[in-house]
Design a protein. Structure first.
Length: 108
């Protein structure tokens, strides 16, 4: 659940406002196993004329059920050279030196 990024939306023009519009909603991977949750989703619209927002109208609120599908794994080394990866592969490393056991792609 990303507190800092709680809005999403689409632009609806005066020529398309009567059409069905879809707003994609995606989960953010937070690497937490926090179980199933229910969140309230507020659907609203802003009337924009030129570059100025003149009015906000809340249309509806609904509950969204979220299934936590985070699969936790263990990356480990036990009595070097035995290694186990997150995807359950086991192997041995007989090379000398320092090795990075795990590095996240986006976090430090």
């Amino acid at each position: 659940y990303a507190e800092e990024d709680t809005t999403c939306g689409i632009n609806v023009q005066d020529s398309t406002w009567q059409q069905h519009n879809r707003i994609p909603i995606y989960a953010k991977i937070d690497n937490r196993r926090d179980g199933p949750q229910t969140r309230e989703l507020t659907i609203g619209m802003s009337v924009v004329q030129g570059a100025k927002e003149s009015q906000y109208i809340e249309l509806e609120r609904c509950n969204v059920h979220i299934e936590d599908r985070l699969r936790l794994g263990t990356c480990s080394t036990l009595n070097d050279p035995h290694l186990s990866t997150f995807d359950t592969w086991n192997y041995e490393n007989h090379f000398e030196g320092h090795f990075v056991l795990y590095k996240h792609k986006t976090l430090p």
